[in-house]
Design a protein around this ligand. Structure first.
Ligand SMILES: C[S@@+](CC[C@H](N)C(=O)[O-])C[C@H]1O[C@@H](n2cnc3c(N)ncnc32)[C@H](O)[C@@H]1O
Length: 271
């Protein structure tokens, strides 16, 4: 984790003046890997959208449940793109609780997130971190660590959790997804969550607007647009829903789905 706020500890591309979406998310989650510039920005977002913290916590719980679901359905390899700063309950920790042989490749284009992941994974032969951009599938799929750990002839769960709202229509997310889809063996899964304004409308838009000043401008999509991103994958029940509504651990879980600000789902590649 961060050594205080020692900027010399950061990789070269690090910009201390600009909030980082990865570190602001860490702040919402109550993590320690964020700087004053991120906390100040996060506080301003919370003034506009008090649900932002619930969004992050519910999203993280969605990640936990979906990884467990995939592992319970036989998946032993995970490609977690936009994995963020490792925090408690990272994908390899959840997956190895089901089966220690699970292999995980983390991918992020934020250098600090990758540096943290590398540190965390030292001495872990079954997991690795790759510095790459989802918009460059060749770099993600062709990275040495991806090739070393993942067998694309066998089913893989690809995670794009709280990621694709950072990929605007101008970058053609649908074509990108086709590229990832075509690299996967039948029986693979796509796990996705995405910011939406469903139920919270204008306030989510205002918060997304604020992200223009961060390193990762964000865009909001509706249920139909998010569902379209699963093209080619067969949605497993209950389909695309507000994140807390996706197979909750118990019906009495004390969450308020209307505060989720994100929709999520899991799709299976059948052929
Ligand atoms: C909100 S965090 C989500 C972290 C984790 N997936 C989770 O759900 O808990 C989004 C992450 O996506 C990363 N990201 C944004 N745009 C990206 C891109 N084009 N390629 C790869 N990673 C990206 C950010 O750096 C950040 O770490």
């Amino acid at each position: 984790m961060l050594q205080g706020e020692d900027l010399t500890a950061f990789p070269a591309e690090f910009d201390p003046e600009r909030p980082s979406a990865a570190r602001v998310y860490d702040y919402y989650l109550g993590g320690a890997s964020n700087l004053k510039v991120d906390r100040d920005f996060g506080k301003k977002v919370l003034e506009v959208l008090p649900e932002a913290r619930d969004y992050a916590l519910y999203n993280r719980a969605f990640l936990r449940r979906t990884v467990r679901y995939c592992a319970a359905n036989g998946i032993r390899q995970f490609l977690d793109i936009g994995s963020g700063i490792p925090t408690v309950g990272h994908t390899h920790e959840i997956a190895r609780q089901i089966d220690p042989v699970c292999r995980v490749v983390y991918v992020d284009n934020e250098p600090l997130a990758v540096a943290h992941s590398e540190l965390l994974l030292t001495d872990n032969p079954n997991a690795a971190a790759v510095h790459a951009d989802i918009r460059n599938p060749g770099a993600v799929l062709g990275a040495a660590e991806t090739k070393r750990l993942l067998d694309f002839d066998e089913p893989i769960a690809v995670l794009m959790v709280a990621l694709l709202h950072f990929v605007p229509d101008a970058d053609d997310p649908k074509s990108l997804l086709k590229r990832y889809h075509s690299a996967l063996a039948p029986g693979s899964y796509l796990v996705m969550s995405h910011v939406t304004d469903e139920g919270l409308n204008l306030r989510v838009g205002a918060a997304a607007e604020m992200y223009r000043t961060t390193d990762r401008p964000a865009c909001v999509r509706d249920r139909e647009q998010i569902t379209e991103l699963f093209d080619g994958f067969e949605l497993v029940e209950p389909g695309v829903v507000l994140t807390p509504q996706w197979r909750p651990d118990s019906p009495t879980e004390s969450v308020d789905p209307s505060r989720a600000a994100a929709l999520g789902g899991v799709g299976r590649k059948v052929i």
